[in-house]
Structures are given as structure tokens and as C-alpha cells.
Design a protein around this ligand. Sequence first.
Ligand code: FEO
Length: 179
Amino acid sequence: MKDLVRLKTSLTEEMEQILNDQIKIEGNSSAKYLAMASWCAEKGFENATAFFMAQADEERGHMLKIFNYVVERGGKAMSPEVTNVRHEYDSLRELCETALEQEISVSNSINRIVEAARKTNDYATDNFMQWFVSEQIEEEAIARRIVELFDIIGEDGVGLFTIDKQIGKVRGAYEGGAE
Ligand code: FEO
């Protein structure tokens, strides 16, 4: 039966697993960002809340994009189990630093998929993943910019209020929109 199912897809078992692992990573990212949005809302950071809500949506979009790709290739896409979502942070700065680490880790994982695709001559997956390679440049840049705001503005006095305000503008600036 398994061999028969395999005939439906040109994805190798190994690549199907790697892509399902990435589906899980993106699903986890979405849940993490949603929890970050909740933390920000609780602390009264309105713009950061909206930012991380939007980020959670984007990650779900990434998850679905890979999910659909696996389905389209005739593979078996797995709906991921998301557990151990962190809801507590010591500060907005720590939360934003965690978001940046998350993005760097996702970039590394995307690179590993491209590497695996090239090693197995899976040009379709290589080509498909290039969108994610570009996306990660932007995602990392946005997260890095947000972390920089803490040093540029400083957290004393109205600093955190100003940082929150600026977080609301970062995405627009990187996506070519108005401030
Ligand atoms: Fe889908 Fe931000 O990585």
C-alpha cells in the first residue's frame, strides 16, 4: 500500500518529512507570535500587539504555503501539533530579541531545505523554497530593526512608549509603504 501511495508523488520520503518539519516550525512560529501579541496586549503595548498579531497571520500563511505545496506534489501534508507555547517574558526587549532569534533559526532551517533539495536534484522544491529565502531576508531585517530600537531610543521615561509606536511603523517601512 505504501509503495502505491509513493507512486503518486515524486517527493522523496525524506523531503516530505523535511517539508512537514517546516510546516510544524511555521505553525509553531504562528502560535509563538500570537502568544507574544497576548503578552504585549496585557502590558499595554498596542502597536506591538498589532504587529505580532499580523506576524502570527503571516506565519500561518507560510505554514499553509508549504502545506499546499506538499499536497500539490502528491505528498502527505501533516497538520502540526503545537505545544509548549511560551507566554511569559521578562520585558518587551526580551520578547523582541526572542522574535529575532526565531527568525534567524527559521532562515537556517529554510537554507537546510534548499541544501537538501539541491543534494537530491529536487529542483521543484529548490525553486519553491526561493520565495522563502527572500521572505526571510525581510523577516529578519524587520525583527533586527525592532531590536535596534531599544538601543536607539532607550527604555527610560517615555522610551518604551516611543519604541511601541515605532514598532507599528517598521513593517510599512520595509514593505515600501508609508510610515
Ligand atoms: Fe515563516 Fe518568519 O518565518
